[in-house]
Design a protein around this ligand. Structure first.
Ligand SMILES: NC(=O)c1ccc[n+]([C@@H]2O[C@H](COP(=O)([O-])OP(=O)(O)OC[C@H]3O[C@@H](n4cnc5c(N)ncnc54)[C@H](OP(=O)(O)O)[C@@H]3O)[C@@H](O)[C@H]2O)c1
Length: 263
């Protein structure tokens, strides 16, 4: 007999790991995926020990074009029905635009953008059969924010948000909802992994959130079928102004508040 599972990408660290724990604590069976196999194995064992749920993993690098197919085949060949898909894996590239190779750019867009679309495309037919599906897209405040040094991060997160909206438009009436999660600054491995811990260290602590709080709120929002969740009042206010003020004004304010960041 098939069982239902929640599949979480980027679940070896940070927000993805906390989302996996949050979902397991609510009784969902878990499928983990990321690149670091040793961590995946330990986390899967721990989730089963702590919460008594089924937990399995498949190691995959979403920068590789065949990764979404590999993850999907792993699920279908083991009869794991995915009714919750959390697209979370991500990182940023800490280089100037002209210093990034096209290969690095393509991998980046696959992990944060094309992989999200490819996985969602593969798992929607199974959700349609179940008449039920929850899809989470872990995006960012950067989706609304003015242009920054990471030339591609914001644009790809904007694509993710628009894609989540399109999934809602096309499938909500058939029981499938998509929830865009747009955090500001979250304490995870993200900044060290991208060589930007110094930037994060300069962010005032009142602007930072811990990833457990983000994970709990994100899972609540997804389970309630919300289209968008922006954690914290301050980040909500920033997103509101970025979204509603005229674009040129947002860029001007951004430049004056963060001198040099937009050079
Ligand atoms: N931290 C923040 O301030 C912040 C703010 C807004 C939005 N976000 C978004 O939140 C999401 C999670 O980030 P986080 O802060 O939790 O970062 P994190 O602690 O660095 O975790 C990132 C996860 O993504 C996985 N990953 C990275 N590259 C991958 C690849 N090529 N293939 C497969 N998996 C990959 C990592 O696992 P492996 O290394 O094992 O592959 C890890 O599990 C990202 O989409 C990020 O853009 C973060």
């Amino acid at each position: 007999m098939n069982k239902n599972y929640a599949l979480i990408t980027g679940s070896t660290a940070g927000i993805g790991l906390d989302i996996a724990q949050e979902l397991a604590s609510r009784g969902h069976n878990i499928l983990l995926t990321a690149r670091r196999e040793d961590r995946l194995k330990d986390i899967a064992e721990q989730l089963t020990a702590d919460f008594g749920v089924d937990a399995h993993y498949v190691a995959a690098d979403l920068g590789e074009i065949d990764a979404p197919g590999k993850i999907f085949d792993f699920c279908t060949s083991n009869n794991y029905d995915v009714d919750i898909l959390v697209n979370n894996a991500g990182y940023t590239i800490n280089k100037k635009f002209h210093e990034i190779s096209e290969e690095e750019e393509e991998r980046f867009i696959r992990v944060l953008g094309l992989g999200v679309i490819a996985l969602t495309k593969r798992f929607i037919p199974g959700m349609l059969k179940l008449n039920s599906g929850k899809i989470m897209l872990v995006s960012s405040l950067a989706a609304f924010a003015p242009p920054a040094r990471g030339a591609l991060y914001g644009p790809v997160k904007t694509l993710v948000n628009r894609f989540g909206d399109a999934v809602n438009f096309n499938y909500r009436s058939q029981g499938i909802t998509a929830t865009n999660i747009c955090p500001g600054f979250v304490e995870t491995e993200f900044h060290t992994a991208s060589g930007m811990q110094d930037v994060m260290d300069e962010v005032p602590s009142f602007m930072k959130k811990d990833s457990k709080t983000i994970a709990k709120g994100a899972v609540d929002a997804m389970m309630n079928g919300k289209r968008l969740w922006i954690p914290g009042l301050l980040i909500k206010i920033i997103a509101f102004f970025c979204y509603h003020l005229p674009g040129p004004l947002v860029i001007k304010i951004g430049s004056s508040l963060a001198g040099g960041r937009y050079d």
